[in-house]
Design a binder for this molecule. Sequence first.
Ligand code: KIV
Ligand code: ZN
Length: 518
Amino acid sequence: MSARSDKNRITIFDTTMRDGEQSPGASMNLDEKLRIAEVLEGMGVDVIEAGFPIASDGDFEAVNEIAKVVKNSTVCGLARATKIDINRCADALKPAKRSRIHTFIATSPIHMKHKLQMEPEDVLAQVTESVTHARSFVDDVEWSAEDATRSEHDFLCRCVEAAIKAGAGTVNIPDTVGYTVPQEFIELINMLRDRVPNIDKAVISVHCHNDLGLGVANSLAAVGAGARQVECTINGLGERAGNASLEEVVMALRTRNDAMPYTTGIKTEDIMKASRLVSGVTGFAVQPNKAIVGANAFAHEAGIHQDGMLKHSGTYEIMTPESVGLTESKLVLGKHSGRHAFIEKLRDLGYDLGDNAAQIAFKRFKDLADLKKDVFDEDIIALVDDEVVRTNDRIRVVELEVLCGTKHQPPKAELELEIDGEVKSCKGSGDGPVDAAFNCIQELFPHKARLQLYQVHAVTGGTDAQAEVTVRLEEDGRTVNGRGADTDTMVASVKAYVNALNKLLVKRQKTAPEALSA
Ligand code: KIV
Ligand code: ZN
């Protein structure tokens, strides 16, 4: 029996680049999305939701380019239940080897009345119309009942039945506002399986938000009740409190296969790679105690735990770090390490860079090794995330000089930026060295975004550690996070600010389509 026809095989649908990108502050450019798609495909994700083509030309292009390169996963685009959305989505997906249109409409009384301002019967008619229209382009159509968990059961059953009748092969039951609890969700899935006459003709999918911290628990409960597709995101990224996290769902199924006898096609050893990439691209740091991918997830500090671990790792470890791709942080490379060893190290860490990118990374590594005696895995990850995934940025840092300290008051900065290919420079001062450097950025690239967060942390220990700076900017309700790493905190700060500005430029092109709340 093939994996796909195995009744206990769970389809993993990743929506990091669609729902995840809708998180305030998370924006991804085309190159970044292509890298994420490559990693998701490599790790065995079944369906990659690459974006929402109607939302912006950038979203359209991302779905379209991903559709050209991804071969093993299904590429999916989101569309509201309108012809214009579905046509745009179908256009974006044209080059895909396997494509899916995902169309949705809200079915709860509160959404229909206040958001859609539509009568239930009109919503029902639109379900049939939109799915039929989507099926005129592709065989694989998913339909979602937005806010399903707050919908009236009779009406939800009628909508699900209509969607399947019109040709939806997957019916998604989202907990859009993260409101349900496991037992209630089990009952909802059971109710649909009992009452929708054609339910056997479709795969039941779930899409759980994490507002009460129950996204993963609800998803797993639904699987137990018969759902066979889970929608999730790397690092649990997503609207508000996020979505069920892919790594938690997959590792729970793997680790507790005795209690939940279901399989996925995910190569779990790629989990850390995906997590680091998404965190680097979005600037969303992973909380240290986050399950599976947090820095402390496999750390043992208490003496009694360390003692147990030394005697038998099973005493305190229910899964191995290797099973999620966590390699021990070793001191491997230094000033004399060659290109070959460096490329090997990158591969070990999960980066398979093209020649150009590898060359840039190697040069950065050599510069770093000149400044810093010990180069750790974390340093290499920071420099690759910092430099290599940002090759198409419109604004780039060329030079920075800062004068500060008790003799230089007020602190002064001299900055050179390349903006759309043209190098511009300026001198400025400020209340402190960071302020002076940021004032220069403002002068070279005037903008009205406000600085909401400036945060520095050391990538490793030691006074020669690289500083990793996070900058959050807000403009007209849009927020973006930028990150920069360098042994010089001022340089890292300017890189982080410039990274945030580049993200803002991407985000400015997006207009949130109306009546999409999740
Ligand atoms: O949360 C939600 O309901 C969604 C749908 C568009 C599937 O993201
Ligand atoms: Zn959602």
